[in-house]
Design a protein around this ligand. Sequence first.
Ligand code: AMP
Length: 234
Amino acid sequence: MNIIIFGPNGSGKGTQGAIIKQKTNLPHVESGVIFRENISRQTELGNQAKAYIDQGELVPDEITIPMILDRLKQDDCKKGWLLDGFPRNVAQAKALYDALTNENIKLDLIIEVVLDREVAKKRIMGRRLCVNDNNHPNNVNIDPIKPRVQEGKMVCRVCGGKLKKRDDDQDEIAINKRHGIYFDEESGTMAAKNILKNKAGEGIKVIEIDGAPSVGEVTQNLLNNLKEAGCLLE
Ligand code: AMP
C-alpha cells in the first residue's frame, strides 16, 4: 500500500501520519524529518538545506527530489510507504508520478487533512518537539496534547522527555511563506495534490479529512475512512 498524506503545516498531518504508520505498519517517510536529522548530524545535505528551512522556503528540487526517490527505493519501502511532506510543488509531483510509473509502482491512496490557514498557524506556534521521539505530539495550544508540567517545566506528555521548539515554527514570516507555498494552486502543494488527485481515475483512492476537530476525533474519522478503503491491518 502506497499512501501520500497532504495537509498544511499545523494541520495535525504528522500526528495522524504517526497513527497511520502504527496501524498499517508502513514506513513513514517524512521529508521534513529527513532534513532535520541531516541538520542535526551536520551532513552535507543538512548544511545545504538549513538556510532554506530556517526561512520557510522549499529546499531546491535538485536536492529534495533525488533524496525522496532514493529513500522510496530502500528495502523497508518495498512493502509500501506513507509519504508525508512530499510532493510540495508541481515539479515534485511530476517527478514522483514519473518515477512511480517507470518502476511500475502504484499510488493507492491520497489523504488530505483540510484546515483553515489561521487555525493552522496558531497550532504551529504552539507545537513542541520531544527530543526522544518525533512521534510524540505536544502542543501548548491544543488541550488534549498539552505537554505535562514536571517540577515547573513543560515535558513531553508521552514520555516525560525534554521539549524543544522548531526555529521555523516561531517565525511568523516563515510560517506565512510555508502556508503560501502549501495553498498555492498554481504551482505549490495544492497544485501538486491536484495533479495526483486527477489520477484518481487510475484507481487512486482519495480521503479528505476535516482537521478542525480534536485530535481524537480526527483520528477516529481517519481510521473509519481507512477501514472503509481496506487499508488497515486488523
Ligand atoms: P516539514 O517538517 O514538513 O514542515 O518541513 C520542514 C521544512 O523542510 C520545510 O519548510 C521545507 O523548508 C523543507 N521541506 C520539507 N519537505 C520539502 C519538500 N518536499 N520540498 C522542499 N522542501 C521541503
